[in-house]
Design a protein. Structure first.
Length: 398
């Protein structure tokens, strides 16, 4: 099992370390915690012992450890994450001070190092702290920026530890990145679109955006530059992903076309509404003044247009079907000039639309197909990207 070392310093946000450990474990990683002496004033190390099933390391001279533990452990881990990291620890690491286990360990590791700072705004923005961060970045150390909000001191500002999800996603990007995705731009659409009749009524569908966001997360973790064009959804995008928020199919079309030329891989995971009202009224229609019929028309088929414009892009589409899945998906694959089609049966309960799960059939233009049985959308997106990786390897380099 791959292992991560989690350095924990004395900050109020130390309670989030438990959530970080849990998220790593869900991804199949073992975690070894290293606490500073001062951090033990906030939390008893026994909590981390219980969560990780391994003895938390505090001191260089702890009898419970292997001799020269900092050297043995350094060879076993894929990442050193320091979260939360105090101004003091960042200062020590930036200047090579090695006076406790964590700062000594930092000098012994060869794997990537990620730091998630947490402190008061004045301390974070202090030129000395910023200089220390710059020095560490120059040495190849990566950072997850703190967030703005209420700080432990009661003030509002920047300095809150980033969310455990963001910290873990950035960590995974450092561990999982793949050579082939390093210089690739992946453009993904997600969520539904809304086609308004008047300011309060629209045509749409139950898409939650989960599939597209999971694909964006996977592309991000594999090391790609990700552009996410998203319809209205209630989801947090992965960190460092460029997001364009749109509402209508026409807005989505414009946003996608803007980035299409630069993209290496394009995945249309959005459930674009197929119809819109012919009229879009500026004021709310009164219920007693409704006409008997409302005229509707087709929205632009974005993927079809992308298929026609395709030059070097690897184009991936989805097919949401309820009947004759294989036949209809094959037809769309050809019609839209795709390199990979992902068909899903949206009539299966707790699968596809709105669900955390999916069950898909992958189709290639040469007639090959592969079924991926019901799994979480996270797992499904990993399978999709392993196939995209194969396709990228087969392409001539440009
Ligand atoms: N799509 C699109 N623009 C639209 C409709 C769909 O780009 N106006 C894309 C979807 O994002 C998806 C693929 O086309 O990747 C297939 O979508 P789907 O709804 O399954 O098929 P449609 O082409 O809309 O055909 P139908 O609804 O008649 O099955």
């Amino acid at each position: 099992m791959e292992k991560i070392a989690l350095g924990v310093c004395s900050s109020i946000s130390i309670y989030k370390a438990g959530e970080i450990i849990r998220l790593f474990q869900e991804e199949g990683y073992a975690v070894r915690v290293i606490m500073t002496e001062k951090a033990t004033q906030f939390i008893n190390p026994y909590l981390f012992d219980s969560l990780t099933g391994e003895k938390t390391i505090i001191s260089l001279f702890d009898e419970r450890q292997r001799p020269i533990e900092h050297i043995s452990l350094a060879g076993e881990i894929s990442l050193l994450l320091v979260a939360p990291a105090t101004a003091n620890m960042i200062g020590k690491l930036a200047s090579g001070v090695a006076d406790d286990f964590l700062s000594t360990f930092y000098l012994a590791v060869k794997c990537p190092v990620l730091i998630a700072p947490a402190m008061n705004e004045a301390m974070y923005l202090h030129p000395q702290t910023q200089e220390n961060i710059r020095r560490l970045k120059k040495l190849g150390v990566e950072f997850v920026e703190p967030e703005s909000g209420y700080l432990a001191c009661g003030q509002k500002g920047i300095g809150r530890l980033a969310s455990p999800e963001k910290i873990v996603q950035k960590s995974l990007r450092l561990i999982r990145r793949r050579e082939i995705f390093q210089d690739k731009i992946v453009l993904i659409t997600a969520g539904p679109t809304r086609e308004f009749l008047d300011p309060v009524r629209f045509l749409s569908n139950p898409s939650s955006g989960k599939m597209g966001y999971e694909l964006a997360r996977e592309a991000y973790e594999l090391g790609a530059e990700v552009i996410l064009v998203s319809g209205p959804v209630e989801l947090e995008p992965p960190p460092e992903v460029y997001i364009e928020k749109v509402v209508t199919a026409e807005e989505m079309r414009k946003a996608v076309l803007k980035h299409y030329e630069r993209a290496d891989v394009v995945i249309m995971a959005a459930a674009v509404a197929d119809f819109k009202f012919r009229e879009h009224l500026p004021a709310k229609i009164k219920k007693d003044s409704l006409s008997e019929s409302l005229a509707i028309e087709n929205t632009p088929d974005i993927l079809q247009e992308l298929g026609k414009l395709k030059s070097r892009q690897l184009l991936v589409g989805f097919a949401a079907e309820t009947t004759e899945i294989l036949e209809r998906a094959e037809k769309k694959l050809k019609q839209k000039n795709l390199d990979l089609m992902i068909a899903n049966d949206v009539s299966v309960p707790d699968s596809g639309f709105g669900s955390g799960y999916n069950e898909i059939l992958l189709l290639w233009p040469d007639g090959r197909s592969r079924k991926i049985p019901r799994a979480t959308k996270r797992k499904i997106s990993q399978e999709i990207f392993s196939e995209i990786e194969v396709l990228l390897h087969e392409r001539p380099r440009n």
